[in-house]
Design a protein around this ligand. Sequence first.
Ligand code: MV4
Length: 502
Amino acid sequence: MKKPLFNKVLVANRGEIALRIMRTLRDLEIPSVAIYSDADAGSLHRKYANEAIHLPGRASKDTYLNVDAILEAIRLTGADAVHPGYGFLSENAAFCAAVNKMGVKFIGPSDQAMHLMGDKVQAKNLMKKHNVPTVPGSDGALGSLDELQELAQKIGYPIILKAAAGGGGRGMRIVRQDAELKDSFEACKREALSYFGDGTVFAERYVSNPRHIEIQVLCDGKRGVHLFERDCSVQRRHQKLIEEAPSRFLNQEQRTRLGEIAVRAALAADYEGVGTVEFICESPDRAYFMEMNTRIQVEHPVTEMITGVDLIQEQIRVAATGELRLTQDDIQIRGWSIETRINAEDPAQDFMPNPGQITHLHLPAGPGMRVDTHIYAGYTIPSDYDSMVAKFISYGADRDEAIQRMLRALAEFECDGVPTTAKFHEVVLKHPAFVSGEFDTGFLALHQKEIEAALKGGPADDEWSRLFTAFQAQVKADGRRGTTASGPSQWQLRARHESCRH
Ligand code: MV4
């Protein structure tokens, strides 16, 4: 009888990711423990787990962020491992250390590696030592305004100021001229201190409208493999909305090169578990290390779809055995995958979160469609947590098929009682710039007006759909499958689109 990897795993999270982790635990025949707040008394993750511990209260700080309550739940249930998911305490080094101190395994990296990557100055210094490309900027933390002024003379504008304890777009300021430097520097330090309790700030040359390319890595502290890239450039205010794997932006040689750099970056910190090394790219050959996320990410399913690897299972295996069982040769790309985040927000109301009760629900399915969600008909979306209620993950032999299948799913989806971002995703997935793959992190800002017009169902929307259908027909007529589907260039499409718009 094989010794189980763990006897019982407490999942210190909620929503779709808690369910997703518990399903893999079920595959591995490992009993799961849920924690749930007052607001999640009717949640699927509570129902699905083998055991469930109620954490009194609604607010995150009293429940999913309540370290003492969660440590007590571990003691109470005798769990020998904890999976933190993403968000909440997943990158909280103190929680990680407290769990390990109990003799319970935190499924993730060591608290040292987590702490190191959480300090963007330390992380960047480590990368420089290991020949991982970084953006030119200050040599570590900025000591004074004089130092910043000297740097500005040296590297020129625009410059971006960043909080060392920040990340994910928090605590950043772009400076475009000398006159703004002093106030921006003071403001950035003040915000860093109040948001993160650490006023340390550093500076870099600002790369305008980069692509956001991130590499999935899986390490055991000694060895590491990469599972290729995800392109997360379609973002709104640093909130990713659409992610895909692989990226049209990289060819096979660039993909391999960036993957090897990412593994080197992770092993520089003796990294154990799954992690994501994030780059911004000025061009396919000019990628710069941004930060390393030391958790499983929301968008991990697109990587699972193109590689066939269950990342949560591998994460649990490495945590239990300390050994990576995959080699780089085991990991191949097959097909294309796209994820859209379905948020209970109203895109027509500036994406304002709009929780409430779901009175009718029909979820899409069929070939090439995976839905990771915790909602059900009659479920009331609590206002206490983030607004993401589902992830639609499409899979196709190539990018065009992945887009088509996502559009099929979005059209099939029905959800009454709360507005969602589904219609927004339909509009974006039909946009010539998206379809052609020629977009960067500035995509939504650049096309905001057209997208808003299409959302209102104006003529642009009908014309858009017609244009999209014509484009797709041409791709098929060309018989060109795969990512190199050319069809009319984005600019031809756009010109046609523009001419039709007026
Ligand atoms: C940058 C950058 C351009 N130049 N750093 C955003 C969050 C974190 N991952 C790092 N980020 C960026 N750092 C330099 N030197 C662009 C981003 C960035 C971004 C910036 C503004 C608006 C949207 C963005 C989306 C992804 C990355």
